[in-house]
Design a protein around this ligand. Sequence first.
Ligand code: ZN
Length: 127
Amino acid sequence: MFLGSASSPVSRAVFLGAAGVGETTIFIYVAALQHLMKRPSIIKTYCPFCGQHTEHDLKRVKKKKASEFKQGQRRFRRVTSGYRGYPRPKPQGDKPTKRIYLRYTCKECGKAHQKKGVRAKRFEFER
Ligand SMILES: [Zn+2]
């Protein structure tokens, strides 16, 4: 509830800017870039294998199709089968933003780890 009301003034401000209220042109520019996430392709971050901060190579990865043999997928199939049960109706439709999943490969030990994806409309690596 509160989050919804907090996000609506932003869209209203963008709408005002689009109508051409002069001073808001800079604001429109900022709003347009809001959904573009830029990340350097090499960052220094914590490596759980080395136990310290090291340089990491970043690579964008996509979620693979869920295996039908994994516990979560088996449970989902079991719960959604039949005429009762919670995850129903099955979620459908695209969300306006997608999670960006990055794979962090440590340059010291060569091992890779992943962090929780961050939602963004567009994603780019800085050069
Ligand atoms: Zn490492």
